[in-house]
Design a protein around this ligand. Sequence first.
Ligand SMILES: Nc1ncnc2c1ncn2[C@@H]1O[C@H](COP(=O)(O)OP(=O)(O)O)[C@@H](O)[C@H]1O
Ligand SMILES: [Mg+2]
Length: 240
Amino acid sequence: MIEIKGLTISFDGETVLENIDLIIRKNEITTIVGQSGCGKSVLMKTIEGLITPETGTVSVDGNNIFSLSRKDLNSTRRKLAMLFQGAALLDSLNVYQNVALPLMEHSKLSEDKILALVTDKLKLLGLIDILDKMPSELSGGMKKRVALARAIIMQPEYIIYDEPTTGLDPIIANEIVELILKLHNNFAVTSIIITHDLNCIRKIKGRIAMIHEKKIVFDGTYNDFINDNGVYIKKFINMN
Ligand SMILES: Nc1ncnc2c1ncn2[C@@H]1O[C@H](COP(=O)(O)OP(=O)(O)O)[C@@H](O)[C@H]1O
Ligand SMILES: [Mg+2]
């Protein structure tokens, strides 16, 4: 479980998130929604420990990540996989090297074992015979799949996806959502999907937390969200 309590984040005196409380339950899909610029990516980076809040705590499985030693923070981080906005592949490395990177850095597995794991994950994501390709040779959808393969290579317990469908055409976007659901079910992970894409929200039908004007203004089921009469929610749905 990830428990966010009283979280306030400001940059240069400008508050982006204010007194946020949110619980992300194990094995569920939580969708965090809100308009561009509302602080979704900031929230994600805070969960990862990349941004230090002004006040508040983020506990992963009971440990507040801001009071952990470097060693414990690193092992907690290993439970979390992030799929950053854009694919964030390293352009100078080929597909194999990109996906293998976390294993090269954090495991003592042999090259053969790493190759087998990488090939297996790529296959699961529908990617065959692309180990030697460079990111520049891949389409947007393929890059996302490779980034997904890299995200799951360390067998994370939590996967956080930042705008996984943004910038993709609708068919590819749907395929990516299908893959997210497949990974969720195959690996019994906890999935956190940050998005402002209503199609993605509709397909996932997970629990929804909405950020608006620095606060969580909705926290409930997909059906309750769609039928909610709140002005912000109606506006968000109609803008999509
Ligand atoms: N490192 C940073 N320094 C200063 N301002 C930031 C930083 N990161 C994000 N912001 C600001 O915080 C706000 C929320 O950004 P972000 O979380 O990226 O929005 P989104 O919901 O679109 O992901 C924006 O106004 C952005 O300019
Ligand atoms: Mg963002």
